[in-house]
Design a protein around this ligand. Sequence first.
Ligand code: IFM
Length: 767
Amino acid sequence: MDYQDFFRIKDDWNIKIEELKDEQLVHYGSNLLCGNGYLGYRGTLEEWGKDEYQACVITDTYDMADGKWRELSNSPNALFTEVKVGGEKLGDYPEEDLMTTELDFDYKYGVFKRNSKAKNSTAEIVSERFASYDNLHLIANKYQLNNLEEDEVEIKLGIKGDIWDLNGSHLENFSGEYDSQKNILYLKANTVEKNIDLITALSFDFKKGEIESLKVENEEKSIYLLLKIKPENKLVKFERNMLVYSSNDLENPLEKAVEAAAEAAAEGYQQLKQEHQHVWDKKWELMDIKVAGNQLDQLAVHFNLYHNIIATPAHSEFLPIGARGLSCQAYQGAAFWDQEIFNLPMFLFTETETAKNILKYRYHTLDGARKKAKDLGYDGAFYAWISGKSGQELCPSFFFKDVISGRKIRNHFNDWQIHVSPDISYTIWKYYIATDDLDFVVDYGSEILFEVARFLHSRVHYNQYKDQYEIIRLLGPDEYHENVDNNAFTNYQTRYALKKALYFYYKMENEYPEKLKNLKEKIDLQESEVTAWQEIAEKIYLPEPDENMLIEQFDGYFDLEDTTAEVLEERLIDKQEYWGWPNGVAVFTQVIKQADVIQLFTMHDIFSEEVLAANYDYYEPRTQHGSSLSPSQYAIVAARLGRAEEAYDYFETSAFIDLMSTNKAVSGGTFIGGVHTAAAGGIWQLIVNGFAGMKVNRKGLSFMPILPEEWDSVEFNLNYKANKLKIKLSSDSFTVKASASNKNLVAFKVEDQHYKAAAGEEINIKI
Ligand code: IFM
């Protein structure tokens, strides 16, 4: 497959789609998403509707419409537009051959542009929009009709409530109004389950063209204006603003939406855009990664960084990052382990406050995790596999269906995939060593650490014959093998989580005895529990490298049929078949869905290079990369092994998952399309932890740089313990420049040498 089948490169930040392909509509909608962590407006044309996957996903609107999936709701579409020129329809409708369209997306500022030319006349539609970072509730749009040969243009614009929903319609009780004084329309509705009010408002302002008549049309779920316009110098041009507020945002969302719509109209598109760009400029100062020597890769890096940023509700400490961000309703707009292990690291070393917010979200959802533990007969906090706002488990027990028999499949992601809890503890530790923010750990993190330790205590089994603790009946990162015992990744994570809980318990005992006392009272923590954590941490079974240096992914893995994903592919009766539990083609084989032992290596620096190499060589041919999380982790280990070109191949696989739509949009009958935000976050890790070889642990900050030959250099920024560093890596040099505003000397290691960078100092190292 060639990238040009999907897009063209315009420059380092912009892609171009020269001709729309009907079969790529899902893909455009997701990839060309305007978003800001509050909303995600899919990359669709103004005349499109639900058949073209038009949707605008709104954060914090969890609701269940079909009795099964609790997911984010979509807002009605206030950018809807239908045009008739001289009585003839004008627009680029799939399967109607009226126009040709070129799309352009700017990943620097999240600006979507279209340029459509009529086939049978000189008319053009040109429009542009962005989801503002200055006012998160706003999408600003300018829309223009050019070269009109006719004197009469009819425009239907307004707010369309009939939109694409994945699992049932979330809104009811629609009522719309038009305020002719202010030129503002609004549509009010509420969600069907939780009764959240959702207001969509629209202000507009004609800049060219005279409104000759205006009629309001109310439909069941929509409100429109039918306008007759006289073009001015063959032009019609208007600006408009879509505003969305919900009753979860504030008490009177209607008043606010109307007020904000009027304010936006008064400011005008250009001014709004400048304010929005200013916020992005500040973000890119911290988060940009510059790749020299390959413009396609640079563009792909920008694409991925952009999507990781807009998926993240940085404005709130109460909301999760969805596995598909706000690109659609798939994966319920909810957090998986992806959030801490894939999305967060980029923020941790750039926009640290956002990393803190993400962890605070886990603090605020402790009750949901406690409930899950209790419901399943455990103690402490068992974090949801799929976590929405409350933290209660959103993962339905029946997720996939057997596409051959049509019968539903009981998956155990919700009760056996336990590593999400220690993954959160792991990340609290990483946050602590990268920021020295002990206050956060004492005030928030410690409660999570203790409750997770408690959960793990109640989840492990003591094997009296071996005098060791084991974890039976679980699934690790590789989701094709459910119901296994002693998944290496999970067992190592468990020990880690227990040790970090103990570390902070004793630290607080010494340094914050009063706070520890209060917390112990709050969660009724007993000394005997802490003693037990110590014992489990010492005696938990940790699969060690065997005589071939191999770590067994779980008990008995090496006894399974040894084959490859390609062979299994041929055994499929139906291409859509689910490969995992209980009897999918991979279950009784060594073929794994995603990095598992390799995931352990990217997160724990405790194994020798020999062990890394042996396991990489073993597991790599057996990994299907059926999860978008997988390639970035293989790339990191490949880079650590000095295999720059293999790492680069995995970079390409990971970076283009969405750009070239390589992952399936439907699995086991369930829609799983949309932007793969973990892969997007994985690109940052792959470059920083892989090619630059950055590690941050108690020993400090270190790098093992290696550059693929396709690139001349890579540059990125780090925020490490509140000091800023600019890093530049080329094939023979590694440069660290400490910001002049740094308060401390920054110590770091490159390969085997130690360095210290004073404020303003630049250190060039030959590699
Ligand atoms: O969390 C992942 C999991 O590891 C693989 N399946 C998809 C989930 C969401 O991205």
